[in-house]
Design a binder for this molecule. Structure first.
Ligand code: ADP
Ligand code: MG
Length: 707
C-alpha cells in the first residue's frame, strides 16, 4: 500500500479519494438492465446452477430470477466455494458489473449476499413467483428503488488501486473498509475548519469534517458534489495562499538592487548598434523590467515569448541597464551550444562597446576558467554568459545586479535561490521561455513570479507552413527536401527520442539516419547528426558543421529543441510526429522560420493514428499561435504531463484539476489575494486556524523551501 499508492499516514488515506461511487442502497429490477448499465444490484432466487466446460475452461454458471426477468451469473475461479454458497432455491442480493455475452446480460464474479439465510424461501411473496411479470417484486426487502434495511446508508466508494494490491485483496472497494474504519475513529475536531469566514461563500459550505466524510461516503450524490467542490477549493486556495506568501515575503524582505538610471551604455547601444527597431512587445517588456528594477524590490520575472519573438535582445538591453548602474550581469542557457551562440551573438553586437563579455561552460579550460572567475570576482567582467556552470559556488561576482535564465521555465525556486546567494543583495532575476504557459498554469506553478508576455513577432516573418503527411508519402517529402537544398537551404530531420536511454529509440534513429543517407548520398550531400548519447564534443562539432553550412541536413533528436538559431534552415521534418506532444512539436518547429525564407514543417506519421493524435496534427497545421497550442495541450494531456511542472510539487492536487476547475481556481486566487492584502502575515484572529493549518503542512510544500 505504501509503495504502490504512496499512502503512508492516515492523512494520506483520507486524501486517497474514491474515483467513483456505487449505489448499493438501492435494488434494481433485472428488467432495468440496459446497454448503458454498468453496475447493478438485484435481488432474486437462484433457479439453476451448472458446472460447464472441462478442466481449463471450467466455469460455474447460475441463473438468478426476480419478478422481472433472469440474469446469468458466471464464475471462473473459486468455484468450489461458490458452489457451497449458491444453490438452487437460495435467495440473494447480487451485485456486480454487467456485461453482455451473446446479447444477454450477465455478471462475472458477482458479489453474493444471502437474504434471510437459514429461512429458505423467505422472500415475502417470493420473488421468483413474480416471473409472470407483475412488475413489482417482493415488498420489504427488494422493492426496487427503496433503501434496503441493513444495507449501508451511503453510496459505496470505489478507490483507485493497482493490480498488485488487488491480488492481495486490496481492491478498489476494500480500501473503503480501511477508510471507513478510520472514519469511525475520527471526530469532528480531528479535521477542524481551516477556511476563514471571509472566503466561505454566502450559501455556506460543508464543514471540513463533513466534506471529507461526504467525499468518501456520500449519503446522496448532491452532497458528494458539494463536498468535492469544497475540498477542491481548499486545495487551490491553500496553493494560492502559499504562493502569495512567498511572493509578498520576498517583496518585503528582500531589498533589491536599484537600477535608478538609464545610462550611457544602454543609450549608446540603443541609438547606434541596435540592428532593428524593437517591436511593441519588446518595448513594453523593457518598460516592465525597468519599472521592476528601479523599484527597490527584487525583480523575479518570467518572460514568455514565442519562439523567434526576440527575447535575446531584451535580455541584452536589460543587462546594459544593469551595467549602467554599476552592476554586473549574467545569462544562463540550458546547453553549451546555446550558451556559445548567445556569447557569440552578444559579443558581436557589443564589439564597438566598452563591455567585457566572457563565456563559462562545463568544458571551459581551467586556465580560461580561472581568468574568468577572477575577472568576475574583481568586477572587471561585465557580462558572463554560460551554462549551469555559472551556478557553481566558485563563481562569485563583485556586484551582480541581474541574472537572466534563458529557455528554462523549469528553473525552480531552489535554483533561483542559488543565484541570490551570489550577492549580499539578491540580483534581479529574469527567466525567459518560449514555452507558452496557459494562464491557469502560470497562476499555479509559477504564481510566485511576475509574468510578462511577448505576443508579437518581429515584422517581416513569414509564417511557417505546417503539413501533415503519412509515411507512404515519404518519397514526395524527400523530393521536396532535395528541391529546397537545391535552393541553398538547410533541413532538420527530427526523430523522437522520448527517453534518451531507450535502446529501441536509438535503433530507430540509426535506421532513420541510414535511410536518409540513402536518399542523400555523399559527397553531394552531407549530414550532421546530433543526439544525447554523444559526448559534448562530438555533438558540438556536428552542430557547428551545420551552423557553418558545411552540412545540409541535420538529423537530430530533441536535444536541438531549445533556442538554436540557424536562419538558413527552412524545412523541418518530424519523424513519427505522433509520438510528440503538442507543445513540443510547436517548440521544435520554431527552429525554422527564423530567416527571411518561407519555411515549412512536415509532420510525418504512421497512417494508423488515434483520435487524439489526429487532433494534435490538425491543431498544428491550423495554427501557429503558441498560446492556443499550450491551452490545447493542457486540455489534451492534463497538467501532470506538461514538462517541468511534475516535479514542482505545486500541481499535485488530489482533487482539483487546473483545466477543469478553472473557475474555482480564479475564485481561489481572488480570495487569497484579498486575504493577503488585508492580513499579510495571517495574524488576525479569524485567520488563526488557517495559519495553524499551513504550518502543519510544512515540509510538504514549496513554502517550506523558502522560509
Ligand atoms: P527568441 O525569442 O526565440 O529567443 P531571438 O532572440 O533568438 O528569439 O530572436 C530571433 C531572431 O529575431 C534573431 O535573429 C533576432 O536578431 C531577430 N529579432 C529580434 N527582435 C527583432 C526585431 N524587433 N526586429 C527584427 N528582428 C528581430
Ligand atoms: Mg532564445
Amino acid at each position: 500500500m505504501k509503495k504502490e499508492l504512496g499512502i503512508f499516514t492516515f492523512q494520506d488515506l483520507l486524501e486517497h479519494f474514491p474515483y467513483r461511487h456505487v449505489d448499493r442502497t438501492k435494488v434494481s429490477l433485472i428488467r432495468e438492465i440496459g446497454p448503458g448499465t454498468e453496475f447493478i444490484q438485484v435481488a432474486g432466487r437462484i433457479t439453476s446452477v451448472n458446472l460447464l466446460g472441462d478442466k481449463r475452461a471450467r466455469r460455474l454458471v447460475a441463473e438468478v430470477r426476480d419478478a422481472s426477468g433472469t440474469l446469468e451469473l458466471v464464475w471462473f475461479q473459486g468455484i468450489n466455494g461458490v458452489q457451497k454458497l449458491v444453490q438452487v432455491g437460495g435467495e440473494f442480493l447480487v451485485y456486480g458489473r454487467v456485461g453482455f455475452f451473446q446479447g444477454s446480460p450477465q455478471i462475472t464474479h458477482p458479489e453474493m449476499e444471502a437474504l434471510n439465510p437459514g429461512a429458505g424461501g423467505a422472500l415475502p411473496g417470493g420473488v421468483a413467483q413474480g416471473v409472470s411479470g407483475t412488475g413489482v417484486s417482493a415488498p420489504g426487502v427488494s422493492l426496487p428503488g427503496v433503501p434496503v434495511p441493513g444495507r449501508p446508508d451511503h453510496l459505496e466508494p470505489v478507490y483507485p488501486t493497482t493490480e498488485k494490491l488487488k491480488v492481495r485483496g486490496l481492491g478498489g472497494r476494500q480500501i473503503g473498509k480501511l477508510t471507513q474504519a478510520l472514519f469511525n475513529l475520527l471526530k469532528e475536531r480531528d479535521l477542524p475548519e481551516n477556511l476563514p469566514e471571509s472566503v466561505i461563500p454566502k450559501g455556506g459550505w460543508l464543514s471540513r469534517y463533513e466534506a471529507y466524510k461526504q467525499a468518501h461516503f456520500p449519503t446522496e450524490p448532491a452532497l458528494h458534489e458539494q463536498a468535492v467542490m469544497r475540498l477542491k477549493f481548499e486545495e487551490l486556495f491553500m496553493a494560492q495562499l502559499r504562493l502569495g506568501l512567498i511572493k509578498s515575503r520576498r517583496h518585503r524582505s528582500s531589498k533589491g538592487v536599484v537600477f535608478g538610471q538609464v545610462g550611457e551604455l544602454f543609450n549608446r547601444f540603443y541609438t547606434q548598434y541596435l540592428p532593428f527597431e524593437l517591436t511593441g512587445a519588446q518595448k513594453r517588456v523593457l518598460k516592465e523590467i525597468r519599472r521592476d528594477t528601479g523599484s527597490g524590490r527584487q525583480m523575479n520575472r518570467l518572460l514568455q515569448g514565442d519562439v523567434g519573438s526576440g527575447k535575446t535582445i531584451v535580455a541584452l538591453l536589460a543587462m546594459l541597464l544593469s551595467l549602467d548602474n554599476g552592476y554586473q550581469a549574467c545569462m544562463m542557457a540550458p546547453t553549451e551550444i546555446l550558451a556559445r551562440q548567445h556569447y557569440e551573438g552578444i559579443s558581436a553586437l557589443l564589439k564597438e562597446m566598452p563591455v567585457e563579455v566572457r563565456l563559462l561552460t562545463g568544458s571551459s579550460r581551467s586556465k580560461m576558467r580561472k581568468e574568468v572567475l577572477g575577472m568576475a570576482a574583481e568586477g572587471r567582467l561585465h557580462i558572463l554568459i554560460g551554462t549551469h556552470a555559472i551556478l557553481e559556488e566558485t563563481v562569485q561576482f563583485q556586484r551582480l545586479g541581474l541574472a537572466i535564465v534563458d529557455e528554462q521555465h523549469r528553473f525552480g525556486v531552489a535554483q533561483r535561490a542559488r543565484l541570490w546567494a551570489k550577492a549580499d543583495t539578491p540580483p534581479h532575476v529574469l527567466v525567459m521561455t518560449a514555452t507558452p504557459i496557459p494562464r491557469t498554469l502560470a497562476m499555479t506553478a509559477y504564481g510566485d513570479l511576475d509574468y510578462s508576455v511577448m505576443d508579437e513577432l518581429p515584422p517581416g516573418r513569414q509564417p511557417i507552413s505546417t503539413v501533415h503527411r503519412f509515411e507512404d508519402r515519404r518519397p514526395q517529402v524527400m523530393d521536396f527536401i532535395r528541391y529546397e537544398i537545391g535552393k541553398g537551404r538547410q533541413i532538420y530531420i527530427i526523430f523522437p527520442l522520448i527517453e534518451e536511454s531507450e535502446k529501441l529509440d536509438y535503433e530507430d534513429l540509426m535506421k532513420g539516419y541510414e535511410n536518409i543517407k540513402a536518399w542523400f548520398p555523399e559527397p553531394k550531400y552531407w549530414i550532421s547528426m546530433v543526439h544525447g548519447r554523444q559526448t559534448n564534443e562530438v555533438r558540438d562539432t556536428n552542430m557547428q558543421r551545420f551552423l557553418a553550412g558545411n552540412t545540409q541536413i541535420m538529423v537530430a533528436t530533441t536535444v536541438i529543441e531549445v533556442g538554436v538559431n540557424v536562419p538558413n534552415a527552412s524545412v523541418m521534418v518530424v519523424e513519427s510526429a505522433e509520438k510528440f506532444g503538442l507543445s513540443q512539436l510547436h517548440q521544435l518547429r520554431g527552429r525554422v522560420g527564423r530567416g527571411a525564407e518561407k519555411s515549412f514543417c512536415i509532420l510525418l506519421t504512421s497512417p494508423r493514428l488515434g483520435k487524439e493524435a489526429r487532433e494534435r496534427m490538425s491543431i498544428l497545421t491550423e495554427t501557429n499561435n503558441g498560446f492556443k497550442i499550450a491551452e490545447k495541450d493542457l486540455e489534451l494531456r492534463g497538467p501532470g504531463d506538461i514538462e517541468g511542472t511534475r516535479q514542482s510539487g505545486l500541481l499535485n492536487f488530489k482533487l482539483a484539476n487546473i483545466v477543469q476547475d478553472k473557475e474555482l481556481l480564479e475564485l481561489a486566487r481572488e480570495k487569497a489575494t484579498v486575504l493577503l492584502e488585508e492580513d499579510p502575515e495571517l495574524t488576525a484572529e479569524e485567520n488563526k486556524a488557517l495559519k495553524v493549518y499551513l504550518q502543519s503542512q510544512h515540509g510538504k510544500t514549496a513554502w517550506s523551501k523558502i522560509s
